[in-house]
Design a protein. Structure first.
Length: 143
């Protein structure tokens, strides 16, 4: 099955610069929000195919997290980010180190799981979800 053709939803805080139109430019990275709901794995595959070197978004600072949460405030569903758990440890899909955490309570769950920005918390906390659930997602790549 091919990669779906998706267009990013408009992002209010878009800045002129190295990012495509309707993508957010922040800290040397470009962020695109996609409202079409895909499983975590398919969303990651789309991010990689659409932008060479892109991934589901990794969040490393409260400032980065707040900027993305502001852009999602009109959404009414949790939104995939690039955090996943295989056996016992959570990892960013882009291979970057976890230096920041925003779990809504406990990050303990048995088996493979993925993380999403939680809509009920204004997208300012992470929630554990089944990776097979279909959700909107945020892609990130270096500008």
């Amino acid at each position: 099955m091919g990669v779906p053709v998706l267009t990013p939803a408009p992002i209010a805080g878009v800045q002129a610069g190295p990012c495509p139109r309707e993508w957010l430019s922040l800290g040397g990275h470009c962020y695109g929000y996609f409202g079409q709901e895909l499983s975590w794995r398919r969303a990651e595959a789309w991010c990689k195919a659409a932008r060479g070197g892109g991934h589901l978004a990794s969040l490393h600072t409260p400032e980065e997290h707040r900027a993305l949460a502001r852009e999602e405030e009109d959404d009414d569903d949790n939104v995939w980010i690039g955090l996943y758990r295989r056996v016992s440890a959570w990892s960013w899909v882009d291979g970057s180190r976890r230096r920041y955490s925003a779990w809504d309570g406990d990050d303990v769950a048995a088996g493979p799981h993925c993380a999403a920005l939680e809509d009920a918390a204004g997208f300012m906390s992470w929630d554990i979800e089944s990776c097979s659930e279909r959700k909107p997602f945020i892609c990130k790549y270096a500008a």
